[in-house]
Write a protein that binds this ligand. Sequence first.
Ligand SMILES: Nc1nc2c(ncn2[C@@H]2O[C@H](COP(=O)(O)OP(=O)(O)OP(=O)(O)O)[C@@H](O)[C@H]2O)c(=O)[nH]1
Ligand SMILES: [Mg+2]
Length: 192
Amino acid sequence: MKITSAQFLKSAFQETDWPQDAKPEIAFLGRSNVGKSSLINSLLGVRGLARTSNTPGRTQSLNFYLINEWFRLVDLPGYGYARAPMAVKAEWGIAAENYLAKREHLVLSIHLVDSRHEPSKQDLQLHEWLKHNQKPHLIVATKSDKLSNNELRKNIGRAERAFNSARVLVYSATEKRGREDVWRAIEKSLKS
Ligand SMILES: Nc1nc2c(ncn2[C@@H]2O[C@H](COP(=O)(O)OP(=O)(O)OP(=O)(O)O)[C@@H](O)[C@H]2O)c(=O)[nH]1
Ligand SMILES: [Mg+2]
């Protein structure tokens, strides 16, 4: 994919703020701090378009990015940040679930998991939900640069088993590893 334009459109805190036209959307989801915003930036080849931080739970709203005036990337709030207040936790969940359940022109959900850790209960639940609701999805294991080849192979195998043999794609935002694979999946979803 050749990126000719990439722009931040808006942060949506509620459904009425979602963009209204029917451009196709690709959503990025996964636990807080897993690397959603970093993956978006590395895909686009820009720094700082999607805000990243060392403070988990930074992305609390749905953030929409318009690419090539054609489709949108959507950075969803992360789940599973243990130290968030209950009310905030509930709100994150509702905003993201509502979007996933309702958005008609959502063509692909990219589910990020940390390559270093075993998939959490919430990771498995989300995967089951996507499958059950027949949402086209892709599992991507982030931060692969933090592991040795051996550890990586072991952990990817473990994740694939946990996700019932679904393919888990290896990614690193810092090394741009996996970038072509993710773009290929996005392009395919835009064509179908
Ligand atoms: N080494 C390495 N660090 C990464 C990678 N991806 C993300 N990080 C780091 O992980 C931290 C969290 O990344 P973010 O992209 O902000 O994560 P997020 O999922 O958007 O987090 P929330 O918005 O809080 O849900 C940052 O310090 C990133 O620099 C990667 O592929 N390799
Ligand atoms: Mg983020």
